[in-house]
Design a protein around this ligand. Structure first.
Ligand code: 3PG
Length: 331
């Protein structure tokens, strides 16, 4: 009763709605080493503040301690590729939910979060179009010798192998078909009806995919099973002149294997949105046959930032208000 009286008094005094009063003191931290576009931050702020929470922003941080300090009083956290380690979880004593504004959540220590009862979510599909467009752009960029003068190739009529047919892979396939490519996919986790519906050919093994396609677009997550799975044996199966496009994760590539196969096969090319640890050596040795973006930019569009950022903010509000856990990944 006393609590109700306090709320109604506050309501009268401040003339703010009940949700604001209920949520007073709750803090949502947006911690992005690689910041969202301003429009996305504005949208996140609007959603968060309308729900009665406070928004805190930590952008372009350079020191891990800044993140550790910022999470100390946060109830909810929105991140991109920012690493939520056990140390971060330990420093975040009030944290109840982490939303990775994006698809891959390999940057979050799920075990540490689960142990503390912290809900972890992603925002699947929200930045897929941006990543798919980049994958297509990279294919063309490599086919035209990184836009250096000289004769290149067209992608029209060539065969594209999509390695994992999730949200991004599916869009890549659709766009590639529109550009006149033949599209083939390998994904044992996708319902065969999806391939039928999209009229996309499938193969029964990853080896069959790599040995039959002129371009490979990689969309697998980094897991214990997939790490270093693009190894020498698999890459050696590529047909003459093939191009591997990686907009997924660097961890899925066995870098020594890649180095070896590129040394032995002068016809192969590798382009990535996530520089390999040995990228400098790759660049020096293979020149225009390899390329890495200076910083991961697949999801670096205003549209993707807005889609993923606002979805993250909405998911946090839905979680606190209605207990909605639809996108929880640590169940
Ligand atoms: C993702 O997993 O959604 C992408 O890799 C985007 O990552 P980013 O938010 O760090 O750009």
């Amino acid at each position: 009763m006393a609590l109700v009286t306090t709320y109604s008094q506050k309501r009268k005094e401040k003339s703010i709605d009940w949700l604001t009063i209920m949520n007073e003191g709750m803090k949502v931290l947006v911690a992005t080493e690689k910041p969202f576009a301003k429009a996305a931050v504005d949208g996140i702020r609007e959603i968060v503040e309308k729900a009665g929470y406070e928004l805190a922003l930590l952008e372009k941080y350079t020191d891990r301690q800044q993140l550790l300090d910022a999470v100390a009083d946060a109830d909810a956290l929105i991140i991109r590729s920012d690493k939520v380690t056990a140390e971060v979880v330990d420093a975040a004593k009030k944290l109840k939910i982490v939303v990775r504004a994006g698809a891959g959540y390999d940057n979050v220590d799920l075990a540490a979060c689960t142990a503390r009862g912290i809900v972890v979510m992603n925002t699947p599909g929200q930045n897929s179009n941006a990543v798919a467009e980049l994958a297509l752009g990279m294919m063309i960029y490599m086919s035209r010798n990184q836009f250096t003068p000289g004769t290149g190739h067209e992608i029209h009529g060539k065969k594209l192998g999509i390695h994992a047919y999730g949200n991004v892979g599916r869009i890549v396939g659709r766009y590639a078909k529109a550009l006149g490519m033949k599209v083939c996919a390998f994904d044992p986790f996708t319902d065969p009806k999806v391939f039928e519906c999209d009229d996309v050919e499938t193969v029964g093994s990853v080896e069959a995919l790599y040995s039959s396609c002129d371009y490979i677009s990689v969309h697998i997550p980094a897991t214990e099973q997939t790490k270093k799975s693009l190894n020498y044996d698999l890459l050696s199966k590529l047909p003459k002149g093939a191009v591997v496009v990686n907009t997924a994760r660097k961890e899925v590539v066995d870098e020594e294997g890649l180095m070896k196969v590129l040394s032995e096969r002068e016809d192969l090319k590798y382009v990535t949105d996530i520089a390999a640890d040995n990228q400098a050596a790759l660049n020096e040795k293979f020149g225009k046959r390899v390329f890495a973006t200076p910083k991961k930019m697949g999801a670096e569009t205003a549209e993707a930032n807005i889609n993923a950022g606002l979805a993250a903010a909405r998911q946090i509000v839905e979680f606190f208000v209605n207990g909605d856990r639809k996108f929880q990944v640590n169940k």
